[in-house]
Design a protein around this ligand. Structure first.
Ligand code: HEM
Ligand code: HEM
Length: 286
C-alpha cells in the first residue's frame, strides 16, 4: 500500500510537538523581545537588575517560575482545569529554558557569590535537571519496550525462577561444589535493591556470573557421563544471565525515568525560597 505523504498521522507525538510547537514559538518570542529590549536600552548605570528593564525582566522571570511551579499542582488536579496536561508540560519545558535567558538579561550578566547568585544557580540546576528529564522521557520509553519485547518485568522474573528450578534439578547429577554454586546463584542473585543497585547496568559480581565462570572451569575435571548434565547446566545459566541483564536494564531505565524528579522538585522549592530572599533583600536595601 502506498504511504501517505506528509507526517505519519499514527506516529506517536510527544509533548514537545504539542499544538504545532505553539509554546516553543511563544517562549522564542519572549526571549527575542527580551534580547531586543536589552540591546536597545541605554541605562546611565549600565545594565543591571535595578533598571526599569531589569525590574521588568525580573518580574517576568518570577512569574515564569510561579507558572512552572504550578505544574506540580496541575498534575494532581483530577477535575479538568484550563488546557491539557500535555499542553502544560510543553509550556513548562519551553518557558523553563527561555527563563535562563530572561533571568540572565535581568541581572545584566552581573553574577556574584551572594543570595542573588544563589537564586540564579538554583534556577540553572532546576532547568538542567528538567532538560535531563525531557531527554529521559523522550528516549527511555522506546528503550524500555525494545528491552522487554513481549515480556514484562514479572514474566522475566518468573522465567528466571523456572530456570533456577531446572538448574537445581540438573545440578543434582553433578558434584557437591556444583550444587553449592547453583544454590548461590538462585538464592543470592538480586534484581533491583537500593538506589545505586537499581541504576547499575553492569553487575560483574553477580552470583550467577560467578557460578557460570566457575562451572566452566570445573567442566574439564568432570567424568564423561557428567558432561551432558554440565553442558545443560551451563546453557541454563547462560539463559538466566541474559534474562537477568534484561530485568536489571528494565529496573535501571525506570529508575532513570523517575529519579531526576527527586532532584527537580526539591530544587524548584529551594529556588522559590531563594527567589523570595532575593526579592526581599533587594527591597530591603533599596
Ligand atoms: C527568576 C527570577 C530571578 C533571578 C534568577 C534573579 C537573579 C538576579 C541576579 C543573579 C542578580 C545580580 C545580583 C548582583 O548584582 O550580584 C539580580 C539583581 C537584581 N534583581 Fe533579580 N532575579 C530574579 C527576579 C527578580 C525580581 C522578581 C525582582 C524584583 C521585583 C528582582 C530584582 C532585582 C534587583 C533590583 C537587582 C539589582 C540588585 C543590585 O545589583 O543591587 N529580581 N537578580
Ligand atoms: C525554574 C524552572 C522550573 C521549575 C520551578 C520547575 C518545577 C517543576 C515542578 C514543580 C514540577 C512538578 C513535578 C511534580 O509535581 O511531580 C515539574 C515537572 C516537570 N518539569 Fe520542571 N521546572 C522548571 C523547569 C523545567 C525545565 C527547563 C524543564 C525541561 C527542559 C522541565 C521539565 C519538567 C518535566 C518533564 C516535568 C514533568 C515530570 C512529570 O510530571 O512526570 N522543568 N517541574
Amino acid at each position: 500500500m502506498a504511504q501517505p505523504l506528509g507526517p505519519d498521522p499514527t506516529r506517536h507525538r510527544t509533548f514537545l510537538e504539542y499544538g504545532r510547537y505553539v509554546h516553543l514559538k511563544l517562549a522564542g518570542a519572549l526571549v527575542a523581545a527580551s534580547l531586543l529590549a536589552y540591546v536597545l536600552q541605554r541605562p546611565s548605570t549600565g545594565p543591571y537588575g535595578g533598571t526599569w528593564l531589569g525590574y521588568t525582566l525580573g518580574t517576568l522571570g518570577a512569574l515564569i517560575v510561579l507558572l512552572l511551579l504550578w505544574l506540580g499542582v496541575r498534575k494532581r488536579q483530577y477535575a479538568a482545569g484550563p488546557g491539557t496536561l500535555m499542553g502544560w508540560l510543553s509550556a513548562h519545558v519551553y518557558l523553563g529554558v527561555g527563563l535562563v535567558v530572561v533571568a540572565t538579561l535581568h541581572a545584566g550578566f552581573q553574577l556574584g557569590w551572594n543570595v542573588h547568585g544563589l537564586a540564579y544557580v538554583l534556577m540553572l540546576a532546576v532547568v538542567g535537571s528538567g532538560i535531563y528529564g525531557v531527554v529521559a522521557y523522550v528516549r527511555l520509553p522506546r528503550r524500555i519496550t525494545d528491552n522487554l519485547g513481549e515480556d514484562t518485568l514479572d514474566t522475566l522474573m518468573l522465567k528466571i525462577a523456572d530456570l533456577d528450578r531446572d538448574a537445581r534439578r540438573v545440578a543434582l547429577e553433578l558434584p557437591n561444589e556444583v550444587n553449592t554454586l547453583v544454590l548461590a546463584s538462585s538464592q543470592a542473585t538480586h534484581v533491583g535493591g537500593g538506589l545505586r543497585q537499581q541504576l547499575r547496568m553492569q553487575h560483574p559480581d553477580c552470583p550467577t556470573t560467578l557460578a557460570l565462570v566457575q562451572l566452566m572451569a570445573l567442566g574439564v575435571r568432570l567424568q564423561d557421563d557428567q558432561s551432558q548434565a554440565h553442558r545443560t547446566l551451563c546453557e541454563l545459566l547462560v539463559r538466566k544471565q541474559a534474562l537477568l541483564t534484561r530485568a536489571r536494564r528494565d529496573v535501571a531505565y525506570r529508575a532513570r525515568m523517575q529519579l531526576w524528579l527527586y532532584l527537580h522538585v526539591p530544587l524548584s522549592i529551594a529556588l522559590l525560597a531563594a527567589l523570595a530572599a532575593h526579592i526581599l533583600a533587594v527591597f530591603f536595601y533599596w
